[in-house]
Design a protein around this ligand. Structure first.
Ligand code: ASP
Length: 362
């Protein structure tokens, strides 16, 4: 009788082990079916903390580590298998070319792996559009790369970060997002890296593409796309930063009434290889500054005429005779994005015709 009891117990135990094995195999099976998304954290307000829940200015950016950002959104696990890495921890006004190179190289390594389906980059909003455009030109994969940020720190009432991370992971996990270039997802909207810009100092709807519009929305955890940029990106570009350790020095000089040549001369004296002239209107050149630009070009420095207006193309041979002066025009790229394209262009060539082609291609 004693024997019988213990064999019954053993049978019950074995049955429960078998059941557990089946259940955990099913759980593992489900986990395997989810896409694998890696979140690369770089800092910003999305990782910011404030002393009070009502404080949305004057807080400290770049405090919360990536594991905590992930743990704050348990629903992420239903959308994808998530891994996190801390690539940097900076407020994005302090973003540098060096962090961009590190980030791009890491993304290219990860996306070359079969077990990585998409990347989300958490980032401060101030220079988010610049990092997005840089990655748009140097990521060598069609898999989704999505940048997300937040306007309110993680400690705020109605912090926008957690939902933006959730939506960003949903976009990165979707096959529909592949091949569209680097995307930016905040406030339920999806924008393309080339055309998006931050347009408001404080509101959560700050990211817009004023000339060309957004590319989609995130609805119920799924991206819905409506359009895509015609400009080449990612796998279609000629830029490769695998062996690039530093980018050529390029700076921006802002146009305004009573502008003078002092910053131009200072940048050239410091060794700049290119200058973005963020001119008024259609990239117009002030009479007192034009001779400086002509001199600087003769020294071999590349001059790109761009516009501070925030919309419209800078027309070649419009406000200046670019063919005679050997200048380049930025087309519809903002000055801050023209700086990125010129840096990358200078890793390939100093030929202004080639550089102008790149500005009409990307
Ligand atoms: N200054 C912050 C940053 O760019 C602003 C933000 O993230 O919203 O890091």
């Amino acid at each position: 009788m004693k024997m019988h009891n213990s064999s019954l117990q053993t049978t019950a135990l074995l049955a429960s082990y078998a059941l557990m094995a089946v259940l955990s195999a099913t759980a593992a099976g489900q986990e395997q079916k989810l896409p694998n998304v890696t979140i690369l954290a770089t800092g910003g307000t999305i990782a910011g903390t404030a002393a009070a829940a009502t404080q949305v200015a004057g807080y400290t950016s770049a405090k919360v580590p990536v594991e905590q950002l992930i743990d704050a959104v348990p629903d992420l696990k239903k959308v994808a298998n998530i891994k996190g890495e801390q690539v940097a921890q900076v407020a994005s006004e302090s973003m540098t070319n060096d962090v961009w190179l590190k980030l791009a190289k890491r993304i290219n390594v990860l996306l070359a792996q079969q077990d990585v389906d998409g990347i989300v980059v958490t980032h401060g909003t101030d220079t988010l559009e610049e990092t997005a455009y840089f990655l748009n030109l140097v990521v060598k994969s069609a898999k989704p790369v999505v940048l997300v940020g937040a306007m309110r720190p993680s400690t705020a009432i109605s912090a926008d970060g957690p939902f933006n991370i959730y939506n960003g992971v949903a976009v990165a996990a979707s096959k529909a997002s592949a091949g569209r270039g680097v995307l930016v997802s905040l406030n339920d909207q999806i924008n393309g890296a080339r055309d998006v810009t931050k347009m408001n100092t404080m509101t959560v709807d700050t990211f817009r593409a004023p000339d060309f519009g957004l590319v989609g929305y995130v609805v119920g955890g799924q991206p819905q796309f409506y359009r895509t940029s015609t400009r080449k990106h990612t796998t279609e570009t000629e830029f490769d930063v695998t062996n690039v350790e530093t980018l050529p020095a390029v700076d921006i000089v802002y146009g305004y009434a009573n502008m003078n040549r002092i910053p131009l001369d200072a940048f050239v004296a410091a060794g700049d290889k290119g200058i973005i002239h963020a001119g008024v209107g259609d990239g117009s050149l002030a009479a007192q500054v034009k001779p400086a630009l002509i001199e600087i070009r003769k020294k071999g420095v590349i001059i790109v005429r761009s516009s501070r207006t925030g919309g419209g193309p800078v027309v070649r041979n419009g406000e200046a005779n670019d063919d005679d002066l050997d200048f380049v025009v930025s087309d519809t790229l903002s000055p801050q994005k023209a700086r990125i394209l010129l840096m990358l262009a200078l890793t390939k060539t100093n030929n202004t015709k080639e550089i102008q082609r790149m500005f009409y291609t990307y």
